[in-house]
Design a binder for this molecule. Structure first.
Ligand code: PLP
Length: 393
């Protein structure tokens, strides 16, 4: 019989979101009349804006004409999209051939994990987006260091704990804490990686939310980063493309493995072997997003969710709340209670669905994540229900 991949036995049983759904279902089975509002999802809720929508439609209709029909594109992505990303997002600090278009940052993180294989030691923020840890475990990585990110260290880890690590995962703005690293903090991260000769896998999926000019939108704003970092990013949260599926990864040509071989070259090889390119319709939409009109639309999209975050933060002012200013997530501490306990209380008492912080790592215990991805109406309704929080926390 076929043997199970033993790495899968090393994964923790419960994945966060199935457990949340199970609890929601159980609650609704007992209280079918309850009008649940979700502040728990990390998924955009608002429709695409008109110019961006029209470029997606145009991408689709061009496939219906003999003269403009296209099949497979280059695995690395359309050259005009690679160019506009290098120019608009990175202001020329990376070259178009260092940009690889993908079907999303999550998929690229999985492929990066395949690139580096199992014989690496990794360090990652705790709490963090679950894919860094679970994807690594699936690959067979066993040398894993969690770097606690808490209010006490301003959500920036003690890097000395990552000494000797081959790979450092870093996400800013962070999901789930909403913490956004300053230029000084990122400089210390890059300096550390240079000293250690480690590679940083930098996730900037939420960079479009950064409002503070002291917080870089890309690791490549830091001098020397191209020798130690690659960056994966996405149109998902920037432009509501979570379902459209479009992202990219920048792999600098200055990045090398221990034996002097090129990371860029291996990544090109991996992409052309295992990936057949992002959807041509989605790439057309990506060009629309990064056009002048598209970028104006993106601004309104981001401003909408940040206003949701501001309203939620204001309504929670009596609590210890982090994030929400440069990120669509609020990270709220409920001292003396476990995350699942408070999650259940919010569900039962307020009919609000949140996300338990402990699902993102042990340092998330005692916190809930509130997402600003919601309609304004639901945010306002949720805020009204907050007045009852003091009765149970
Ligand atoms: N990175 C982070 C930190 C995320 O929170 C998410 C999605 O929630 C992703 C990557 C996934 O992005 P994509 O939709 O491009 O796969």
């Amino acid at each position: 019989m076929t043997k199970r991949n033993p790495n899968f036995a090393n994964l923790k049983d419960h994945y966060l979101f199935p457990e949340i759904n199970q609890r929601k279902k159980a609650f609704l089975a007992e209280h079918p009349e309850a009008k649940l509002i979700s502040l728990g999802i990390g998924d955009t809720t608002e429709p695409l804006l008109p110019h961006i929508t029209s470029t997606l439609c145009q991408g689709a209709s061009s496939l219906g004409e003999r003269d403009t029909y296209t099949g497979y594109g280059p695995e690395q992505g359309y050259s005009d999209l690679r160019e506009i990303i290098a120019k608009t997002i990175y202001r020329g600090s990376v070259t178009p051939d260092e940009v690889f278009i993908s079907d999303g940052a999550k998929c690229d993180i999985g492929r990066l994990q395949l690139l580096f294989g199992s014989d690496v030691s990794i360090a990652l923020q705790d709490p963090a987006y679950p894919v860094y840890l679970d994807g690594s475990i699936m690959q067979g990585v066993s040398r894993i260091t969690l770097l606690p990110c808490t209010p006490e260290n301003d959500f920036f880890p003690d890097l000395t704990k990552a000494k000797g690590c081959d790979l450092l995962y870093f996400c800013s703005p962070n999901n789930p804490t909403g913490a956004t690293a300053t230029r000084q903090q990122l400089k210390s991260l890059v300096d550390f990686a240079r000293e250690q000769r480690s590679i940083i896998i930098y996730d900037s999926a939420y960079s479009a939310y950064i409002q503070n000019s002291d917080c870089p939108k890309s690791i490549f704003e830091i001098e020397g980063a191209k020798e130690v970092a690659l960056e994966t990013s996405s149109f998902s949260k920037m432009a509501g493309f979570t379902g459209v599926r479009l992202g990219w990864t920048v792999v600098p040509k200055d990045l090398f493995f221990e034996d002097g071989s090129s990371v860029h070259k291996d990544w090109s090889r991996l992409i052309s072997t295992l990936f057949n390119g992002a959807s041509n319709i989605a790439q057309n939409g990506g060009l629309g997003v990064l056009s002048e009109r598209g970028l104006e639309e993106v601004k309104t999209h981001i401003a909408f969710y940040l206003e949701n975050a501001r309203l939620l933060k204001e309504a929670l002012e009596n609590f210890e709340v982090y994030g929400g200013e440069n990120a669509p997530y609020l990270w709220v501490k409920f001292p003396g209670k476990s995350s699942w306990e408070v999650f259940q209380e919010f569900l039962e008492e307020l009919h609000l669905v949140t996300t338990p912080g402990s699902g993102f790592g042990p340092s998330g215990e005692g916190f809930l994540r509130f997402s600003a991805f919601s309609s304004r109406e639901n945010v306002q309704k949720a805020i009204k229900r907050f007045s009852k929080i003091s009765t149970f926390v």
